[in-house]
Ligand binder design. Structure first.
Ligand SMILES: [Zn+2]
Length: 423
């Protein structure tokens, strides 16, 4: 444990940067910072300029991720990374992503002000391209830095608004997609001791429980079908008796109800899970009153921190489909499954965050993360990682995200306390 009082993070600096980000990337409704686009680049430039003002080392990797570093006493020691992403969904909020980068900067600026150094380098990382509405692939920026991005993604995945590939967008900003293609590794378990991500909570728990922060236990994995379809046969709603029907809506309702029942049973068994039919539609060109619907399209998103529970839901779904198909004379086509495995926070880092919150007298709880985060990519790559949530009203990915700067300051203090204990 380091001697002396824990340095105070420079929260006023972060508050000024939040304001500048909001002012410069506002779209009139919310804020828009496209992955490898203008708003994201503004955020990276802003963080880099602040880093230089503070006298810190500023670097960029071949995929465009930004690193602002306070050198440690032992330059050869593995570094600690504090960070998150800077991009946002279209018409999103100002805090999703940016909070993690600016929390890191507030902590590093606080250490610098106090003329304190740690044994190891502390690096603030601004990560590229986390929000999937732009490029529909998870954790592009962090996976590129970690050398875990499948090379074919560079050309196959196109940005939704420009139609240009990820490689083309990287090149346009002067980065080097060929090094991503070769799976070069900028960050490895050999040079990185830990990754810690502060993020706004994307649900109501901290608001409901009146707590400023939470230490995250793990990130839910998922089993997910984005483009599932049930095909039956259109028919006259008055003329076709039940036994001749092939009603896609009736089949969907039974399927959805049984999945929902199974979710309840799994939760009653003590395992955390959420299951959501996010999209359900009949064909608006063909479905009409007085007609049996011959087709239903739907998307199902099941999440849990337990891989066993996700596998159990897969088995359950595979088991009920043939039965519903034969009884109701319809056909299910679930399409590709795009799930990811759950990722549990590093126990040591998690305990460090808990101890720091306790030492600072900051009330907190522990909870899983419902959304996916770059932390997952670090854990997958074998780098210890953990997360801290900050209370946030009105969910995320919308202009009404509301994070109080006092709550953000508490998260920064927890982070500072945790680092200070390693000093
Ligand atoms: Zn985010």
């Amino acid at each position: 444990m380091a001697a002396g009082a824990v340095p105070e993070p420079d929260v006023p600096l972060a508050a000024r940067l939040f304001d500048r980000l909001r002012a410069q990337t506002s779209d009139g409704i919310g804020i828009t910072r496209a992955s490898y686009g203008e708003g994201e680049q503004f955020g990276h430039d802003l963080v880099a300029a602040s880093g230089r003002d503070l006298g810190l080392e500023v670097a960029t990797d071949f995929a465009g991720n930004l690193y602002v570093t306070l050198p440690g006493r032992e330059r050869s020691a593995k570094r600690l990374i504090l960070g998150s992403h800077i991009d946002s969904v279209p018409q999103g909020g100002n805090f999703d992503g940016a909070a993690g980068v600016l929390a890191g900067l507030a902590v590093v600026a606080g250490l610098k002000k106090a003329e304190a150094t740690l044994r190891e380098d502390v690096t603030v990382m601004a990560i590229r391209a986390e929000e999937t509405p732009w490029f529909p692939y998870s954790f592009l920026g962090s996976r590129a830095a970690l050398g875990t991005l499948p090379p074919e993604v560079l050309d196959r995945v196109k940005r939704s608004d420009t139609g240009l590939s990820l490689a083309e967008h990287m090149r346009a900003l002067g980065f080097e997609p060929e090094r991503v293609r070769r799976r070069e590794r900028y960050l490895t378990p050999g040079n990185t001791a830990a990754f810690i991500e502060v993020h706004i909570e994307q649900g109501p728990v901290l608001v409901e429980e009146n707590l400023p922060v939470a230490v995250v236990t793990g990130i839910q994995g998922s089993t997910r079908w984005r483009h599932a379809r049930i095909t039956g046969r259109y028919g006259h709603s008055g003329g076709v008796p039940r036994r001749y029907r092939r009603d896609a809506v009736a089949a969907f309702v039974e399927f959805a109800h049984r999945v929902d029942r199974r979710w309840i049973e799994i939760e009653e068994g003590g395992t955390q899970m959420v299951a959501t039919f996010c999209v359900v539609s009949t064909d608006p060109g063909r479905a009409t009153m007085m007609r049996i619907a011959g087709e239903v399209a739907f998307g199902l998103d099941v999440r849990s921190t337990s891989p066993e529970a996700l596998a159990e839901m897969d088995r359950f779904i595979a088991g009920i489909i043939p039965e519903i198909e034969s009884r109701r004379r319809v056909t299910f086509d679930l399409g590709p499954n795009t799930g990811v495995r759950p990722a549990l926070a590093d126990p040591g880092l998690r305990a460090g965050l808990v101890a720091a919150a306790r030492a600072a007298g900051i009330p907190f709880r522990e909870m899983p993360s419902g959304g996916g985060h770059d932390t997952q990519a670090f854990l997958e790559a074998g780098i210890p990682a953990a997360m801290l949530f900050v209370r946030n009203e009105n969910d995320s990915h919308n202009p009404d995200e509301a994070m109080a700067i006092e709550d953000f300051a508490q998260a920064c203090r927890v982070l500072m306390g945790m680092l200070w204990a390693r000093a």
